[in-house]
Design a protein around this ligand. Structure first.
Ligand SMILES: [Zn+2]
Length: 87
């Protein structure tokens, strides 16, 4: 099953593990392949990547509380919505 394309649900369910490099090589390849061929999932992945980077930066001093993560996600979603409205 080397070239089996994974579904959007599978890809999105594994996005966090993929970001944390907790997948084995085969799984990571399946996600990477899906992200390349599916722009909605790739967009979701980029957003999670951005959130992770922001949370990590904030975490250096103290653990980011869940509320902070939620706030960051909300901010990014707002930006995305504004961006879409301008199109
Ligand atoms: Zn997808």
């Amino acid at each position: 099953m080397s070239e089996r394309a994974c579904s959007c649900n599978e890809a999105l369910a594994s996005v966090y593990d993929y970001l944390d490099a907790e997948l084995n090589a085969g799984e990571a390849q399946a996600i990477a392949g899906h992200l390349q061929s599916c722009s909605p999932c790739a967009e979701q992945f980029r957003m999670e990547q951005m959130v992770k980077a922001l949370v990590q930066r904030t975490c250096c001093e103290e653990r980011a509380p869940e509320t902070l993560r939620v706030r960051i996600v909300a901010q990014i979603s707002e930006v995305r919505i504004t961006y879409r409205r301008d199109l």
